[in-house]
Each structure stands twice: as C-alpha cells, then as structure tokens.
Ligand binder design. Sequence first.
Ligand SMILES: [Zn+2]
Length: 174
Amino acid sequence: MALIVLDAGHGGDNPGAVYQGRQEKDDALALTMAVGEILERNGVDVYYSRTTDIYETPTEKALDANRIGAEYFISIHRNSSPIPNQYTGVESLVYYPYGAAANMAYSINAELEQIGFVNLGVNVRQNLAVLRRTNMPAVLVEVGFINNDADNRLFDDRFEEIAQAIADGILNAL
Ligand SMILES: [Zn+2]
C-alpha cells in the first residue's frame, strides 16, 4: 500500500491568495480532503499535512513527510495573478522536469484538462520548500486561478469530478 502525503496549501493565519473574500487555504483544504477520501477508497495510505485550518511551514511539512517515509508528496493550491481574469488553467510544479514527480504531474494535468481546465503544463520551481526539502517525488498542483471567475466556476460546479481527476492522475502514475 502506497503511503502518500496530501498537503493542503497554506492555512491558519496564512490564507494564500485571496480574491473577493475567497481564500486559497479553504479551497485547498476542501479539495485535499476530497482527493484523500478517493485515494483511501482505492487502497492508498494517506497522510494529511493538515485536516483543519492550521498553519505549518512548508519546510516542516516536508520534513514530516521525510520522517514518515512517504512515497509521494502532493501539495494542492490555487494559482493567482496580478490582474483578475488575466490567466486561466492548471499548472503543476516540480523540482526536476523529469522522473517520477514529473510523470505524476503530467498525469494529474492531463486528467484535469479533461474536466475543462486549460493545461498550462508542468513547470520547474526549485525555490519551494515542499519540492526542495522532500526526499520523495513531490508535485505542487495549482488547481486553476483563484482570481479567475471561469476557473472558480469550474472549481465549484465540478468539484467532485476535479477531486476524482486528481486522484486518478495520482493513481495512474503510481
Ligand atoms: Zn498557494
């Protein structure tokens, strides 16, 4: 049974991106819990970095994952941009552009594209602690822009399908 860390981004006094009162930390937690439920039903052993509205630093989260010997680390976020409705779509971030993490990132993006999100691709980001400090393959998924009205409509209207898509993307890459 695979042991996977699911990390809902931000939390507590760190809301992440905010748009018209909507907070990234809340979207991230709701979606993370929904994805985890599906993974658990499929025999995955899920460790949640948080299940409530609390804050832990990305470095602490990475070190927790290392300590428990997780096989994958998936962090769930919403994207944002300087100007509302400037960008649309999903993007996954990885430390290296190849290997197990990148494969899973492509798999997750492909599933989300089928729901209707624009696929902005897999991009390398080496300054993020959850990607840099984890010693297992790690993917940070930006599930649409929180300051894009169409992305939010998709997020809300097809929430369960989005959770299923991310879970399928993970399961297909295990
Ligand atoms: Zn974020």
